[in-house]
Ligand binder design. Structure first.
Ligand code: C2E
Ligand code: CA
Ligand code: CA
Length: 651
């Protein structure tokens, strides 16, 4: 037996789930008005057939009251149709419907049974039909509110059955029993169908919950637990669309993450990213959205002006430069940031993101570990970058690109043992464009894939024109360090018939750090071919030599920024330690950017042997250097400030 309180709770919908209540309310909005309309019509029909037979208060007064209440309820339900309904109000409406189902049923039932005292057999039959049809119609309409259906059944069928049983008329007794049986069966059907209905709603709730969970997962980075790129871009687009107060996009890129991932393995890399995520979360308040955009790239949306966001970005850079403890292993990385303010730095989500990215690129180029705010100067740079890009895309690279050569000298003999091939581009529209500019644009646009093989082919043709003892040093871009490009380059060298041992390939330290594993494989491939490898711009990438020694490189080219420092004790100490380290691992050192006799003197004194720089000769057209060698012989000493080597000021 169910306790009474449970039954009352069920009758009053006390424990019904919110979503079920809302769905019941929705269904009943369609059906209950029909129910009241049916009541009105049926009551009017009975009142009509009994008019004149029964007193007027029974054929006009009572039905008028009952119909008025029914019409009031009908209108109330209809008016609610297009209004949003909360759970509490829906529940109250359903409770009222249950109550009225009982009260109105009692009213209609008492009235119709009362009418049975008037008229003849036809009228009695009409009353019986009225009760049967109305009760069945009501149960149907209340399919989604079993409490009300049950109330109607109990309030109408039980008294009717008792009434007809006591009538003594066998036909009426049969009708009473028949009606009672049918309503009992129907009430069972109502309960069964409502159970399925409630189960369906519950499973739909579960499906919706799973859907929401899926959506949340689709917007979350599983490793770090932060929102992911998709979420970040959607949020950025929505903030741009809604305009409102200014906000800033911050993009952040970790420095030196790749080498740590490569050296210590992906597990350490993953733990490091998690810790970066934790630090980022700790750095910001609830108004800042922090997301992982992928790899070692993170993004933030800060409701602040450019100045405030720049300060936040710098704080983040500082916090990330502190060492991380990963299960007892201390690792140091850093971060650079780019900041773009809405709407000044871009009116669309795409522009803002691109400009924050550009500011990040400037940070990386100028001073790693810092944040840069996108400014009008950057706009100008981008414009000129675009002009370079447009010219480069339409350029006839074969005829517009040329190679200049700069000697690399053995300081003790004063002879050039190699020349570095440096690309020169004379664009018909832009004139001479600096190689660091067009190489950068070519890298960004993917045109480098076309440019590098073309330049290498030109450089290879020069090798045979150089004296036998002079090697040719060729620069690769960071974007060239891929297995696919290596295969292209290797096949070019093979096809050219050039002795590979006469080639030196220069890879920058930052290119190696960007993808250590790809660099290692590329270097091994090139070494297998027989070429030498030089690590270019050494000292600018913050890597340790012992780390780089894991690569099969032959030479190190010390960045020219160190030469500028050779007048100071600190600069000399730094150069000395690099030289000592190189000697200890049997790497030969070339010092780049030697411009003055004094510098050469100091560097000589420190023990350096190989040099490159304006002091010995600027990069000049290949024909000029070839004729110089032809004139002076391969073994001639290159005179300081070589008068015979014309300087190329425009380059
Ligand atoms: P890099 O590989 O470090 O090349 C040396 C740069 O230093 C050259 O600039 C050279 O002209 C300059 N240089 C040489 N001696 C001195 C000196 O005494 N003082 C000063 N101030 N500069 C000196 P350049 O030719 O403008 O090339 C700039 C950069 O463009 C190169 O730096 C290299 O990264 C890139 N690059 C040039 N040609 C190519 C190429 O064919 N392929 C690729 N991937 N990059 C190239
Ligand atoms: Ca170089
Ligand atoms: Ca260099």
């Amino acid at each position: 037996m169910m306790p009474i309180s449970k039954v009352v709770g069920w009758l009053c919908l006390r424990h019904a789930a919110a979503e079920v209540i809302l769905e019941q309310h929705k269904e009943l909005q369609r059906q209950v008005p029909l129910l009241y309309a049916l009541l009105c019509v049926n009551a009017a029909a009975v009142a009509y057939t009994h008019h004149g037979l029964a007193p007027d208060w029974m054929t006009v007064g009572v039905p008028l009251v009952l119909v008025t209440v029914s019409v009031w309820r009908l209108v109330d339900w209809v008016l609610r149709r297009n209004r949003p309904t909360g759970v509490a109000s829906a529940r109250a409406q359903l409770q009222l419907t249950i109550l009225l189902a009982a009260v109105l049923s009692a009213g209609y039932c008492a009235w119709s049974l009362g009418l049975n005292s008037y008229g003849g057999a036809y009228e009695h039959a009409h009353v019986a039909v009225f009760i049967a049809v109305t009760v069945i119609g009501c149960i149907f309409c209340l399919l989604h509110l079993p409490q009300a259906a049950l109330a109607v059944t109990l309030v109408v069928s039980v008294p009717s059955l008792a009434f007809y049983l006591s009538s003594g008329n066998s036909v009426l007794v049969a009708i009473g029993m028949n009606m009672f049986l049918v309503t009992c069966v129907m009430i069972q059907v109502v309960f069964n169908s409502f159970r399925s209905f409630a189960e369906l709603i519950a499973s739909r709730g579960e499906t919706e919950r799973l859907g929401r969970e899926n959506l949340r997962l689709a917007h979350t980075d599983v490793l770090v637990g932060l929102p992911n790129r998709r979420h970040f871009l959607a949020e950025l687009a929505s903030r741009v669309e809604h305009g409102g107060d200014g906000f800033c996009v911050i993009v952040l890129d970790l420095d030196r993450f790749k080498p740590i991932n490569d050296t210590h393995g992906h597990l350490v890399g993953d733990r490091l990213l998690e810790k970066v995520g934790d630090r980022l979360r700790d750095c910001v308040d609830g108004t800042v959205l922090v997301a992982r955009l992928g790899g070692d790239e993170f993004g933030m949306l800060a409701e602040d002006d450019g100045k405030g966001a720049l300060a936040l970005a710098q704080r983040v850079c500082d916090v990330l430069s502190l060492p991380f403890d990963i299960d007892g292993l201390s690792v140091s990385i850093g971060a650079s940031c780019g900041v773009a303010e809405f709407p000044g730095a871009g009116a669309t989500a795409h522009q803002l993101f691109d400009h924050a990215d550009y500011a990040l690129y400037r940070s990386k180029l100028a001073a790693r570990g810092t944040a840069t705010l996108y400014s009008i100067d950057h706009e100008t740079e981008i414009q000129s970058d675009r002009a370079v890009e447009a010219a480069l895309r339409t350029a006839d690279l074969e005829s517009e690109m040329e190679i200049h050569l700069q000697p690399i000298v053995d300081g003790r003999t004063g002879r050039a043992f190699a020349v570095e091939a440096l690309a020169r581009w004379r664009s018909p529209t832009l004139g001479n464009v600096r190689p660091d500019i067009f190489i950068c644009v070519a890298e960004r646009t993917g045109l480098i894939q076309k440019l590098t093989p073309l330049l290498l082919a030109k450089a290879l043709k020069l090798v045979e024109r150089l004296p036998a003892g002079v090697k040719l040093s060729f620069n690769l871009s960071a974007h060239d360090v891929t297995p696919a490009m290596m295969l292209i380059l290797v096949s070019l060298v093979r096809k050219s018939g050039v002795d590979a041992s006469r080639l030196i390939i220069e890879l920058t330290e930052t290119a190696v750090l960007a993808d250590f594993e790809a660099a290692r494989q590329s270097i091994d491939l090139l070494r297998a071919l027989g070429v030498e490898i030089a690590l270019d711009d050494f000292g600018t990438g913050y890597s340790s030599l012992s780390y780089l020694n894991r690569l099969a490189v032959n030479k190190v080219k010390i960045d020219r920024s160190f030469v500028g420092e050779c007048g100071t004790v600190q600069g000399r100490n730094l150069l000395c330690s690099i030289l000592a380290l190189c000697s200890s691992v049997d790497l030969s050192c070339i010092v780049e950017g030697v411009e003055e006799a004094d510098q050469l003197h100091i560097l000589h004194g420190l023990g350096f042997r190989h040099f490159q720089g304006y002091y010995f000769g600027r990069p000049i057209p290949a024909d000029d250097i070839v004729s110089w060698f032809a004139e002076h012989g391969a073994h001639s000493e290159i005179p300081a400030r070589a008068p015979a080597l014309p300087s190329v000021a425009s380059a």
